[in-house]
Design a protein around this ligand. Structure first.
Ligand code: MN
Length: 236
């Protein structure tokens, strides 16, 4: 292929226990999917249909097991927040997927951080403007290795999800607190977008979101999926 300049390399996540890589196509995110987080963001938790936003694929930063990613503090914010989330990785295409069939479309699961410039998101929300500058900025999506689904869905149904900052617990909940389960989320999302292999879905964060500053070490974890270690560093 004769590109006018070098095409960007594909974004890919390692697959745990395998030398293979999961190529990332799109990144979808669910907003306010835990009741206690909806309340801390000033909303009433409801069973209104879930809402979605996106991040660009190249916002994904793979974090290899046993390593700590250095994440430069982004520009244009004074309130960078952590949101630890279960990430579902799609392995089979589909649209208008029934929740009962959704598991067949999941390749695997990972721990991810939906890093958020909260001040910008709040400004945009108040002004009725899109969230991109708060949510979809460069390097806003560190994600750990993908664990192939296998029998994991059952084990994850009630799995603890947590995030510590410098060893102090900030977020601690359980995946059974999701307002919309992963299959329900896939069912809703696939009505709006045709899902394709390589798509990632951030499924929402529990309560306890908060600010980090350079020097802080975040460790996100979900039982069964291991942990994800990210240190915020000064932007150079
Ligand atoms: Mn989020």
């Amino acid at each position: 292929m004769d590109f006018v300049f070098a095409a960007p390399p594909p974004v890919a996540l390692p697959v745990a226990g395998s030398g293979a890589l999961f190529p990332v196509r799109r990144v979808y995110c669910v907003g306010r999917n835990y009741a206690a987080h909806a309340r801390e963001m000033g909303s009433d938790p409801t069973r209104e249909p879930p809402f979605f936003f996106c991040k660009p694929a190249d916002a994904v930063l793979p974090v290899a097991p046993g390593t700590t990613l250095e994440l430069p503090y982004p520009g244009m914010t004074a309130n960078l927040h952590h949101e630890v989330e279960l990430v579902a990785a799609i392995g089979k295409a589909g649209r208008d997927i029934d929740a009962g069939d959704a598991a067949a479309h999941v390749f695997g699961y990972a721990v991810g951080l939906d890093m958020t410039r909260r001040d910008l998101q709040a400004d945009m929300r108040q002004a009725g403007r899109p969230w991109e500058i708060g949510k979809a900025y460069d390097a806003s999506a560190p994600i750990g290795p993908i664990h192939a689904a296998g029998g994991l869905a059952q084990a994850l149904a009630r799995a603890p999800i947590a995030l510590t900052v410098n060893g102090q617990t900030r977020q601690s909940s359980s995946l059974d607190q999701l307002i919309w389960s992963v299959p329900e989320t896939i069912a809703h999302l696939s009505r709006y977008f045709e899902l394709r292999p390589g798509d990632l879905i951030f499924t929402g964060t529990p309560e306890g979101v908060g600010a980090v500053v350079p020097g802080d070490l975040m460790v996100g974890s979900i039982a069964g999926l291991g942990s994800l270690s990210v240190r915020v560093i000064e932007r150079t």
